[in-house]
Design a protein around this ligand. Structure first.
Ligand SMILES: Cc1cc2nc3c(=O)[nH]c(=O)nc-3n(C[C@H](O)[C@H](O)[C@H](O)COP(=O)(O)OP(=O)(O)OC[C@H]3O[C@@H](n4cnc5c(N)ncnc54)[C@H](O)[C@@H]3O)c2cc1C
Length: 435
């Protein structure tokens, strides 16, 4: 690094990234373990939550009580309710009777917490992490730091089909970039690939003319239909500490099978968004009689794409008939999700970490990464253990609980009560339980 390094502080815990998951740890450490020196570094100067997908009419899939702290510390000053009170809109919020908070409001709540916390450094990317002598050494945009323990919270990176990678640009893009610049889809042929919540959010905005009125809009999904998120009561039991503890006891193959089977408990489209889309389509094309320029095409897997002149030709395969279909488009948006990967700044430690075949991290007990360094130096990771901890791991639902598990472990104290009474569902075989 060419810049002079300064401020070689010795921290108990250094966090790379301050997205909601590490921010939750920062918030709980600030209020409940003040003697513990932790610092979380995020490259974002102006804090925003998935800013590239912050579109109008987008909402949380989870309730606002599943905020940074409330699940384990309901009196914390960093709760969503504290945010509402501090902004003098508690009563108006109640009167609005919102069933879900907008992503814009939740993003602003996260920003408010991040900007208030002394243990969060914004505008401070981590460039390099290594283990030197008896500590982790972080080189950041504004100096270097030493830390006994590390928590990796850099999120996931967008995933695109391989055939689309070389074509990416302003007109062939991943959903996560759509709101990063102004766009004009007027009179354009627009194709959205991906039948999850992000695809739905983009479809509804395109339908409502957020980027101008397209000539045509095709929404393709590999799924057999535009599948709803299962938000029913017993499915929601998956998002509890009790279930998560049980899940970690299962063997690898069983856990992987269950994660696949539970897909729509975390990956579907909210019923409210589906109904909104259906009602708008009905009103526009059936009642008002607009020529039908918006089309929903489930059971289509995008299999190939080429550039043709200024635009693209996308090929799909039908999931039931095997038919190949062709879509000519001016704009193609891939709402095809995210994948885990080790961030570049961790390259010096790569050889020392246990990684899966796809390069993702292996997360063990207490959300720790297996590594070959001294065992008294812990390397934690959040949002990296879906096959270890289940479908709740990449979600907001249990983030406060996970933060409490990590803080209890790293401090060696029972700072938070992380126990959970068994719920109504008997997940474990009865004979395996204590009498
Ligand atoms: C559009 C969208 C909506 C979602 N909505 C919901 C929802 O409603 N409910 C739900 O339960 N889950 C939701 N999720 C899933 C999940 O809760 C979020 O993805 C969540 O943001 C994950 O938090 P994170 O902290 O792991 O990662 P991120 O939010 O991705 O944050 C990672 C942070 O790390 C920083 N960073 C990266 N590299 C470095 C570096 N080298 N140095 C410093 N900083 C770095 C980034 O700037 C970023 O701030 C949603 C996901 C998306 C994409």
């Amino acid at each position: 690094m060419s810049e002079p390094l300064h401020d070689e502080r010795r921290l108990d815990l250094a966090g790379i990234g301050a997205g909601p998951f590490n921010l939750s740890i920062a918030a709980l450490a600030d209020s409940h373990v003040p003697s513990f020196t932790a610092q979380f570094f995020d490259r974002q100067r102006d804090y925003v939550w998935h800013g590239g997908m912050l579109l109008p009419d987008t909402h949380l899939q989870t309730g606002f009580l599943k905020d940074l702290v409330t699940g384990v510390a309901p009196t914390s000053p960093h709760s969503f309710l504290s945010y509402l009170v501090a902004h003098r809109r508690f009563y108006r919020f109640l009167n609005a009777e919102l069933s879900t908070v907008s992503r814009a409001e939740f993003s602003d709540y996260l920003r408010w917490v991040a900007e208030h916390l002394p243990n969060v450094s914004l505008g401070c990317g981590v460039r390099e992490v290594d283990f030197v002598d008896d500590h982790f050494r972080l080189v950041t945009d504004h100096g270097s730091h030493r830390a006994r323990h590390l928590c990796l919270g850099t999120g996931k990176r967008p995933w695109l089909p391989a055939f689309a990678e070389p074509l990416t640009g302003p007109r062939c893009l991943h959903a996560e970039n759509i709101a990063h610049r102004s766009r004009d889809f007027s009179r354009q042929r627009v194709v959205i690939v991906g039948g999850g919540q992000s695809g739905a959010d983009i479809f509804i905005n395109a339908l409502n003319g957020h980027w101008g009125t397209p000539a045509s809009l095709h929404w393709l999904s590999r799924r057999r239909n535009f599948q709803p998120l299962d938000e029913t009561a017993f499915t929601n039991e998956y998002f509890t500490p009790d279930y998560t503890n049980w899940f970690t006891e299962l063997d690898d193959a069983t856990r992987q099978r269950e994660v696949l089977a539970q897909k729509y408990a975390s990956d579907g489209i909210t019923p409210a968004a589906l109904l909104n889309i259906h009602q708008q389509l009905y009103h526009r094309f059936d009642v008002l009689g607009e020529p039908r320029w918006a089309h929903l095409l489930p059971h289509r897997e995008a299999v190939d794409m080429e550039s043709v002149g200024e635009g693209f030709r996308l090929w799909t395969q039908h999931g039931l008939t095997g038919d190949r279909e062709r879509f000519d488009a001016d704009v193609v948006i891939f709402a095809t999700g995210f994948q885990s990967s080790l961030p570049e700044c961790m390259a010096p430690l790569r050889e020392r970490l246990a990684l899966n075949d796809d390069g993702s991290i292996t997360v063990g007990d207490h959300f720790m990464i297996d590594w070959d360094g001294p065992s008294q130096h812990h390397l934690y990771a959040v949002n990296a253990g879906r096959t270890r901890y289940g479908i709740a791991e990449p979600q907001l639902s249990l983030m406060a609980w996970r933060s409490a598990v990590i803080l209890n472990h790293v401090t060696g104290r029972e700072v938070f009560d992380i126990g959970d009474d068994p719920g109504p569902v008997e997940w474990r075989p009865l004979e395996a339980r204590d009498p």
